[in-house]
Ligand binder design. Structure first.
Ligand code: MLT
Length: 264
């Protein structure tokens, strides 16, 4: 566990294990705690770094407008702080959006790319309006209302019904997130550019993972990216919703492990 002064903010991170570095970037509105089972399993053979984006978890959450370029700059500065020259970067959903920004600026730092439950397209007008409405809800009603909206998106119906401990954990993380972080990240995601033209230019080994039951970024989004990124592999995780790493950690970890072995 640690905290570093990064780009003027305190950024919280965990750095465990030894070996090739693998960095995990979390979803919205979660924190680095969502990667606990990946960190536990993979830190036996890798150096696993998880971090809380600005606005989330134990990182500072200034009241201002955030951008995904800032998130990417924070990740790059943390790599510098930890003396990591190159890493495999794994991003789920908002973490994946951040990796497109990261690739545009810092491709040389990326040894491999894992895009999990994410999409390359920018928001539609309707999607942007939804972000604005959610930011107003967070401000007016608090993070409990955000948890009510997000839980059915983040978890599959079967997980919502049969995994009460997981539901409790995901809800608690959302409820603990500060409104400034939620609003800042919503603005960042709403303004993200279309990354479809970037896909054909991605030159590092890439794995695309999608939960078969993912609603917000369904398997068609994963297939779309895998078909356009040269040499990318697509792994569908059965019985998993949007937070596929939390619903099916063993299958998710196996996919990452096979990818790491393939590129070693
Ligand atoms: C996430 O899981 O990071 C969000 O669902 C992404 C989004 O709202 O587009």
């Amino acid at each position: 566990m640690g905290s570093a002064k990064i780009n003027g903010l305190n950024l919280a991170y965990t750095d465990q294990g030894q070996g090739p570095p693998v960095v995990f970037l979390h979803a919205f509105p979660q924190s680095r705690t969502m990667w606990a089972s990946q960190a536990e399993a993979l830190s036996k053979t890798c150096r696993v770094v998880t971090l809380d984006f600005r606005g989330f978890g134990e990182s500072d959450a200034p009241l201002w407008h955030y951008t995904l370029d800032q998130f990417a700059d924070d990740v790059k500065a943390l790599l510098d702080h930890l003396s990591i020259q190159q890493a495999v970067l794994v991003g789920l959903s908002m973490g994946g959006y951040t990796l497109f920004a990261f690739y545009r600026k810092y491709a040389a730092r990326m040894k491999g790319l894992v895009l999990a439950d994410t999409r390359a397209q920018a928001d539609t007008e309707e999607g942007r309006a939804g972000r604005f409405a959610m930011a107003q809800t967070a401000y007016a009603k608090g993070t409990g209302a955000i948890a009510d909206i997000m839980l059915p998106k983040l978890l599959s119906p079967v997980a919502l019904q049969t995994k009460p401990e997981l539901v409790r954990q995901v809800r608690a993380t959302i409820e603990q997130t500060r409104v400034s972080g939620i609003a800042g990240a919503l603005m960042a995601m709403a303004e993200r550019p279309d990354s479809v033209p970037l896909l054909a230019q991605i030159a590092c080994p890439t794995l695309v993972i999608t939960g078969e039951l993912d609603g917000p970024t369904p398997p068609a989004d994963g297939k779309f990216m895998a078909e356009r990124i040269p040499g990318a592999r697509l792994e569908l995780i059965p019985q998993a919703g949007h937070l596929s790493n939390l619903e099916q950690p063993e299958a998710f970890n196996a996919a990452i492990r096979a990818f790491l072995e393939a590129i070693r």
